[in-house]
Design a binder for this molecule. Structure first.
Ligand code: FAD
Length: 440
């Protein structure tokens, strides 16, 4: 039997990495707080790049279980200058989250991954700066490598020794609190484009959406701070004024969840430990999509572990995973993070102005999940600048932030090729200095 690998949480990336390693003879066990596999995931549908299953060597869920996202309409806060983003048949595929989990779980079980259900992971167990396992409600788990796949609030990352150099927490503006629910549909109010996204909805930092389907309406309210039940109900009431198709009967969902909306961790490994998925903030900062990135990272992590022939699993040998994730995906997401911050920090009038004057266009906000999607460029911005000359401060701030996005992307690209502590810390500090926390 190969070395022991303990996976904290049945996150998407952990399941992919675990299956690949178990198939090669590693002794892989996933520890998960949910009571069984049927309880994994959420009771709603999610958009993912259809290609992801083939990329990970998996069969996608069956044809009858998915559809494709069509055109989208983005509204600015005053709702007066919406932008239609046409999909031209290239929209992402929409699957039930439970169906995605079925594919991942079948693959993991068939590859020999073992599961321990209903255990709460409490924190890491360390020997000096090496992670040697974790504490759970059922006792201590020891492993040669710990894969942290326990989501945004993982107790492992949050409690690592500071000297491991993995940032333990996120700041204001880096996490979305999202309420999601399906309501019955009131007939007779069909929007021209079913997928409507409201930026800085109701003048608040965040987004909302309504997706009007044949017999229900999918509603999301996302904000930078937790919402009380009353706040959610008040927001829903205002949404119904604009979108009268949203009925009062809750059909599915109705919970508030957290998701990361920030650049990825710059350092996501230390001795005996690798973070993946939401635990390493791998979501696309503008949309919060993170399933594909987590799965792609799962492939990179498994390849790195398999290449470690001496089975050391140190920060030096795991660095290849960290580096490849940043170069293939993280650098693009970091640039989008800057654009997200502009959107959330620009005052409501500023966002209205950018839409009203046509300075933000369809292509700027068609944030794909492709690694090449990077939003608006500084030169585009200048070319459109004449239209916005009447509000130069907003224009200049936006352009300045865009230039910064390019700078941060370059910084991510300069990730050291090997784990040299001094070089890694210098690189990490430079990124931190270039991406200050958002002010409340
Ligand atoms: C409202 C909403 C809509 C979204 N829509 C999309 C979308 O359309 N497309 C997309 O790509 N992404 C979407 N996402 C993001 C997506 O959910 C995540 O990015 C994705 O799930 C990857 O996260 P993960 O698998 O690493 O972690 P998670 O999905 O958070 O999974 C972590 C697992 O670890 C377990 N766990 C956590 N803590 C512990 C503990 N202490 N002990 C034991 N087990 C633990 C959890 O129970 C869970 O099973 C959405 C998220 C939300 C909230």
């Amino acid at each position: 039997m190969g070395k022991t690998i303990a996976i904290a949480g049945a996150g998407h990336g952990g399941l992919i990495a675990g299956a690949r390693l178990a198939a090669q003879g590693y002794d892989v066990t996933v520890y998960e707080r949910k009571k069984d596999r049927a309880a994994l995931g959420y009771d709603w549908e999610d958009a993912v790049d259809f290609k992801i299953f083939a990329e990970c060597g998996l069969e996608p869920p069956k044809k009858e279980t998915y559809s494709f996202n069509g055109d989208m309409k983005y509204y600015n806060p005053n709702l007066k200058a919406p932008l239609a983003v046409l999909s031209h048949g290239t929209g992402s595929a929409v699957f039930e989250r439970k169906e995605i989990y079925d594919v991942l779980m079948d693959n993991a079980e068939q590859s020999g991954v073992k599961f321990v259900w209903g255990v709460e992971i409490l924190g890491p167990v360390t020997d000096g700066l090496r992670v040697t396992g974790f504490q759970t409600t059922a006792g201590v788990v020891c492993a040669d490598l710990v894969i942290d796949s326990a989501g945004i609030n993982t107790p492992l990352r949050k409690n690592l020794p500071v000297c491991c150099n993995v940032d333990r927490d996120y700041g204001y503006g880096e996490c979305f609190y999202a309420y999601r629910a399906y309501f019955n549909k009131i007939p007779g109010h069909e929007p021209d484009i079913p997928y409507e996204i409201f930026l800085m909805h109701q003048g608040e930092r965040g987004i909302s959406w309504t997706v009007t389907k044949e017999d229900y309406v999918d509603v999301l309210i996302g904000r930078l701070a937790p919402m009380s039940q009353k706040k959610i109900e008040d927001t829903l009431a205002e949404m119904r004024d604009f979108s009268p198709q949203i009925g009062e009967t809750l059909l599915r969902g109705g919970s508030q969840e957290q998701l990361p909306v920030r650049r990825p961790l710059s350092v996501m490994v230390c001795d005996g430990y690798a973070a993946i998925g939401d635990a390493a903030y791998m979501t696309l900062p503008m949309t919060g999509s993170g399933i594909c990135a987590a799965m792609r990272a799962g492939v990179l992590l498994a390849d790195t572990v398999l290449a470690d022939k001496d089975e050391v699993y140190s920060k030096e040998t795991l660095w290849d995973y960290n580096r490849k994730y940043i170069l293939h995906f993280g650098q693009h997401f970091a640039a989008i993070d800057i654009l997200k911050n502009i959107m959330l920090c620009t005052e409501v009038e500023g966002v209205n102005f950018l839409f009203d004057k046509g300075i933000i266009t369809q292509s700027d906000i068609s944030f794909g999940t492709s690694k090449d999607s990077g939003g608006m460029s500084f030169s585009d911005m200048l070319a459109r600048g004449m239209r916005g000359i009447s509000n130069l401060p907003v224009l200049m701030r936006t352009a300045g932030a865009l230039t910064k996005g390019g700078g941060v992307k370059k910084l991510y690209q300069s990730i050291p090729s090997t784990y040299d502590e001094k070089a890694v810390l210098k690189w990490k500090d430079e990124i931190l200095a270039a991406t200050p926390l958002m002010i409340r």
